[in-house]
Ligand binder design. Sequence first.
Ligand SMILES: Nc1nc2c(c(=O)[nH]1)N[C@H]1C(S)=C(S)[C@@H](COP(=O)(O)OP(=O)(O)OC[C@H]3O[C@@H](n4cnc5c(=O)[nH]c(N)nc54)[C@H](O)[C@@H]3O)O[C@H]1N2
Ligand SMILES: Nc1nc2c(c(=O)[nH]1)N[C@H]1C(S)=C(S)[C@@H](COP(=O)(O)OP(=O)(O)OC[C@H]3O[C@@H](n4cnc5c(=O)[nH]c(N)nc54)[C@H](O)[C@@H]3O)O[C@H]1N2
Ligand SMILES: [Mo]
Length: 762
Amino acid sequence: MATDAPQQDFTDDDLEVGRRKDWAAGIPGVYHALKISQEQMGTVRTLRTLTRLNQKHGFDCSGCAWPDPDHRSPAEFCENGAKAVAEEATLRTLGPDFFEEHDLADLATRSDWWLGQQGRLVHPVVKLAGSTRYEPISWDDAFRMVAEELTSLADPDEAVFYTSGRTSNEAAFVYQLMVRAYGTNNLPDCSNMCHEASGAALGDTIGLGKGTVLLEDLHQSELIIIAGQNPGTNHPRMLSALERAKENGAAIVAVNPLPEAGLQRFKNPQNPIRAVGPGTDLADDFLQIRLGGDMALFQALGALLLEREAADPGSVLDHEFLEEYTDGLEAYREHLADLDWDEVLTATGLERQQIEDLADRLARSRRTIVCWAMGLTQHEHSVAMLTEVVNVILLQGNIGRDGAGLCPVRGHSNVQGDRTMGIWEQMPDDFHDRLDAEFSFASPREHGYDTASAVEALRDGHARFFMGMGGNFVRAAPDTDVTEEALRSCAMTVQISTKLNRSHVVTGETALILPVLVRSERDQQATGPQRITVEDSMSAVHASHGPLPPASPHLLSEVAVVSRLARSIERVAAVADWQAFEDDYSTIRDAVSRVIPGFEDYEEKINDPAGFVLPHAARTREWGDTTIGKAQFTTNVLTYPEVPEGRLLLQTLRSHDQFNTTIYGLDDRYRGIENGRRVVFVHPDDLRERGLRDGQEVDLVSHWEDGERVAEEFRIVSYDTARGCAAAYYPETNVLVPLGQRSRRSGTPASKSVVVELRARA
Ligand SMILES: Nc1nc2c(c(=O)[nH]1)N[C@H]1C(S)=C(S)[C@@H](COP(=O)(O)OP(=O)(O)OC[C@H]3O[C@@H](n4cnc5c(=O)[nH]c(N)nc54)[C@H](O)[C@@H]3O)O[C@H]1N2
Ligand SMILES: Nc1nc2c(c(=O)[nH]1)N[C@H]1C(S)=C(S)[C@@H](COP(=O)(O)OP(=O)(O)OC[C@H]3O[C@@H](n4cnc5c(=O)[nH]c(N)nc54)[C@H](O)[C@@H]3O)O[C@H]1N2
Ligand SMILES: [Mo]
């Protein structure tokens, strides 16, 4: 039967390396989506899900946070969205008998892929202190145990409450309320490892840590720079928007150490003729930059724009905009006057002419958008780097104008919404004030731990309780060995999850798994079926209705888990009418409408299937209403990663067959990899210099102040990447990312600039 879970694990023995592709999507994309859907869900469920995915009155894709267009195609999903949905709507289930067969020692030997393939978790289970396996537990007993543990802690700050970005607005809001009513701001989330640097940079410069563009802006843009992002794999529906932009005359420039297929050519799978034809050429230019060189690039672009303006005054800059809406231009101009071009060329690895050409394109464009993702956020100097992107965008008034703006492309489908709902260890005071007023309590004001500092706190014994609302903390967080040790030292770990993953295997003394509904499932509560809401990458909030019957009658929704747990903890129970929240989610939205600005008339607004767009002062050039008053130019000392002689810089990235730590399959089709994941992509000249060759087995060794870290047995793949810049897949390489190596100001682990050595295996 197609939906049986595989028993055999995989090895990398059958790994094959073929040619890299220069185009994305098309018929193979459709084929792969349907194949995986069929395997996981069978035919009936496949049709039922895919025809409702991202449709008005349907449900929101649980993949990435790309927005939905106003006019939806009947197949408004991509290959990887279909895979994400198939993985969660799978017919495979994993009941309590599974844990009789597989104790923790057995599970510890399994790969991430195997764990995920076993199917949906359908019954709450507990690993008692001293036991070596999980066993079934009733929901009531589970809540009692967790409540007892939390009540026994000496200080609420000894508990850590993680969130991943799949969680709905409703669940996120009640979760943060429960945590704050319990008494801590220890609310780390996946965003700490993701777009935290974007939030910090945009907050400082334009007053709000979110992007300023809407989907229509992309369609109308004249120039789209895509830096540090691989949309063909991670945001495939973005390619349709880029195709449309091209048709309207836009130029697209890719800035990336790798020639990613999705940025080169696109065959639109939603259009049968285009799917089989030669496809649309997307990028007009490709700047093969070195890892971490983008700060130098954007400083150079800023300098060149100023230079061109000086040569032909009035031709490049938007003086009215600069005068009225910005601060700090003169300091910026002075700072760039000293720009050292030798350094720029070293940092970027580019020819000066390539940068001049991009400056020319910028100078000609009246509507420019810069899009970015992890390639720009996961470095030590990410925040400064991103403020340099803002500087360039400000020079030409590219904010608050159609077709222009800043576009951080978010990861998880509701990661932005979770933040809006208060999932953050350092929410501003005005949020706390309104929360306190709504619920008549005093929320704690001291900032909590972010992801990396939570690991440190657990490691050092300052915290001893961990709860994860989704996600896979031990695989997602940096420095795997340290993170695993941190989790093992907990008195209790509680994972609210849908699928089995490594974080269920690396446990505290007592461990619970609380299984929940997924977004594609019907959420039936006392007052009827419930809808939930999410916010996409462009700040549009809309409702989502799951159409499928739940995988098991034992499952609870995330909202129900939180409200039942909240009712079990005395001091939390009194803060809100948790039963009402559980019975009718519109009561949650009612509270949100008073606590969070922009959500007035929430319930009514989501009756429109298109939803509503949250206000963003910068989009309407109303910085005056924010604390910053005007958009800020920033000056930064030029920084880029320093790589000692003989070493390489390693980025840890995603293959085409994974969603973060969930491994769908073992191929990375666009990069020519089949049947394996332990590969390291290296430039042929770098190999030659080191006396290494394609196909050779090496260990990856990272070097940091506190010593060496090793990831064993990787096969070298000679590849067209920037010189000195290697790439290998996450999460396997997370062992190499030092916990201490984080972005200044935002704390993001620097997982795109790890200094490594390739050590030949004997
Ligand atoms: N199918 C699928 N979709 C996903 C995800 C998934 O795992 N699978 N994950 C989701 C999540 S949570 C996120 S955050 C996003 C991630 O989306 P991406 O950021 O696209 O993901 P990565 O694979 O980390 O790719 C980073 C890209 O940046 C480039 N890059 C790396 N370092 C640098 C640099 O220093 N400078 C420049 N200019 N480029 C650089 C890499 O070569 C690569 O193309 O995708 C989301 N969508
Ligand atoms: N080295 C390195 N490390 C990285 C990155 C990198 O590029 N390189 N990227 C970072 C980034 S951008 C991110 S966002 C993080 C991702 O970190 P996480 O968000 O923690 O990881 P995921 O793999 O997305 O989590 C998957 C798990 O979530 C659970 N799940 C899925 N859907 C639901 C749901 O609807 N509800 C609940 N309760 N649970 C659900 C399932 O059990 C599944 O196993 O990883 C970060 N880590
Ligand atoms: Mo992410």
